[in-house]
Design a protein around this ligand. Structure first.
Ligand code: NAP
Ligand code: MG
Length: 497
């Protein structure tokens, strides 16, 4: 970004900080009824940069009523698909047009490097909106051939599930909001979005863009607030038909219980402790770069982070020393610095959590190869960390750290079944990574791994691939057609001719 662009983005962000104390309900930005606010903290400076509403139950009730009214009485659910798609494309263009400001807001709120905010979070969100806008005109049912004696015409309809509550975390704030909003809107649902308390700024700015491009009132409602209050009110609300949540497995279970009241449809995208399996024939240079990227990017605050490395003994030392070199040379600093490759953790709470896991690894007797501590400077910075000699009895290897912490161990001439068993030895099952040049090993192992997504030699995430977890990593899938299906009901219609 050149200096002139940077100062425009800075001025835009400053001006937004003066407007972000309102929530979006039924097409209007309004203050929270309880007049309570949450400070937005820049994790690189520990300074308060703005205040966002801490909405209460009364605000949630109004938002749900607005979404219900917009759903039942239109125009959204009755608008023809191409009109709905057009609005989504316009929103994508508006996101792209405002990239510099949105990226700066994301970096100031979450900490991640500006370069990543721009290319991954903001451009990725625009692309996702376009991907799902493309689906709007392709949603439909099927005809069925009935076996009952007689002359029948039978078919299915795919209908929007109704009012959807979307509760998202702080690691990819805008992207997570769009990951849920885009398929919900494409399916014809109306939504209430609850961003994470630590990172609500880009969601509120997105709300302004929703208004600017002309979405009808009540289709998109954005209610910022605390999970235990605003989030919980949404999860148990009888006026909500569907809840889609991304966050911790612990809160996922709470949501499931709260959703039982009216048997909401539920999608859960939860934590992970994803294995990374490196075979001796792998391209070691590529593996070093890939393994480092999948654990250190976004400061390790990624649900699909590759946090458990298992590599063949023959290449283990070379691999680990390569990753350690990367870890030590990674430029850790404020996301607004152009040279920063890794930013701070999102909050003081997350810092304490990650430092706690680092200490627990050291106390349990694991060997520290890199990092292991906080940086000696203001801000919630930690050093990229690598442990060897960890076992599955150790919390740092068993539990989701959600920080830049890799646990590395080796295997010998074990068969694929034994390697898969080790990889599957976790309550989670979100992702798995394989590095090998042997296609037979890659395909056979892909079948044996209990994970929703297997990435071989750095295979990418893509909107066209379903994303979600086995076991306690969640329920359901996002992205691709599965992502649309998650916001629809199927209705069967049978007619005697
Ligand atoms: P979290 O509590 O699960 O937060 C996720 C979202 O759920 C936030 O919007 C949160 O609001 C909301 N929430 C919290 N309690 C709720 C409740 N009782 N009912 C409804 N909604 C509720 O995650 P966290 O506390 O921010 O992070 C803790 C750990 O979760 C991390 O260290 C990490 O291990 C894991 N995590 C995983 C992911 C992922 O992508 N899988 C993402 C984030 C965190 P508040 O912001 O107000 O809490
Ligand atoms: Mg929380």
């Amino acid at each position: 970004m050149d200096l002139a662009t940077a100062s425009v983005a800075e001025a835009d962000a400053q001006s937004f900080f003066r407007r972000c104390g309102r929530i979006l309900i039924n097409g209007d930005f309004v203050p929270p009824r309880n007049d309570q606010f949450i400070p937005a903290i820049d994790p690189a400076t520990e300074q308060v940069i703005a205040h966002v509403p801490a909405a209460g139950r009364a605000d949630v009730d109004t938002a749900v009523a607005a979404a219900r009214n917009a759903f039942e009485h239109g125009p959204w659910s009755r608008m023809n698909p191409s009109e709905r798609a057009r609005l989504m494309y316009r929103l994508a263009d508006a996101v792209e047009r405002n990239m510099d400001e949105l990226a700066l807001l994301e970096t100031l709120d979450n900490g991640k490097p500006l370069k990543a905010s721009r290319s991954i979070d903001v451009m990725g969100s625009a692309e996702k909106l376009r991907y799902f806008a493309g689906w709007v005109t392709k949603i439909g049912g099927e005809t069925a051939s009935l076996s009952a004696p007689g002359d029948w015409h039978a078919y299915t309809l795919r209908e929007p599930v109704g009012v959807a509550a979307l509760i998202v975390p702080w690691n990819f704030p805008l992207m997570m909001a769009v990951t849920k909003m885009a398929p919900a809107l494409a399916a014809g649902c109306t939504v209430i979005l609850k961003p994470a308390e630590q990172t609500s700024l880009t969601a509120l700015r997105l709300g302004e863009l929703v208004q600017e491009v002309g979405f009808p009132a009540g289709v998109v409602n954005i209610v910022t607030g605390y999970g235990e209050i605003a989030g919980a009110a949404l999860a148990e609300h009888p006026g909500v038909d569907k809840i889609s949540f991304t966050g911790s497995t612990e809160v996922g279970k709470l949501i499931l219980r709260a959703a039982a009241g009216n048997l909401k449809r539920v999608t859960l995208e939860l934590g992970g402790k994803s294995p990374v399996l490196v075979f001796p024939d792998a391209d070691i240079e590529a593996a070093v770069a890939g393994v480092s990227r999948f654990i250190f990017s976004n400061s390790g605050q990624v649900c699909a982070a590759g946090s458990r490395l298992y590599a063949h003994r023959k290449i283990f030392d070379a691999l680990v020393s390569g990753i350690a070199e990367k870890a030590k040379s990674l430029k850790v600093g404020p996301g607004v610095d152009a040279s920063a490759e890794m930013g701070p953790l999102v909050s003081e709470e997350q810092l304490d959590r990650v430092l706690g896991y680092m200490r627990s690894g050291i106390e349990a007797g694991a060997s520290l190869v890199a990092g292991g501590s906080r940086l000696d400077r203001r801000g919630y910075f930690v050093a990229p960390t690598i442990f060897t000699g960890t076992t599955c009895q150790m919390a740092v290897q068993r539990e989701e750290v959600f920080g830049p912490v890799l646990c590395a161990a080796y295997f010998d001439e074990d068969g694929l079944d034994a390697i898969a068993a080790e990889a599957n030895n976790t309550d989670y099952g979100l992702s798995a990574y394989i590095w090998t040049r042997d296609l037979g090993v890659a395909h056979k192992l892909a079948r044996k791994l209990k994970a929703g997504f297997v990435r071989v030699n750095g295979g990418p995430l893509d909107n066209a691939l379903p994303f979600g977890g086995y076991k306690q990593s969640g329920w359901g899938r996002e992205n691709a057609k599965a992502g649309i299906d998650a916001y629809t009901e199927v209705k069967a219609v049978a007619i005697a001719l």
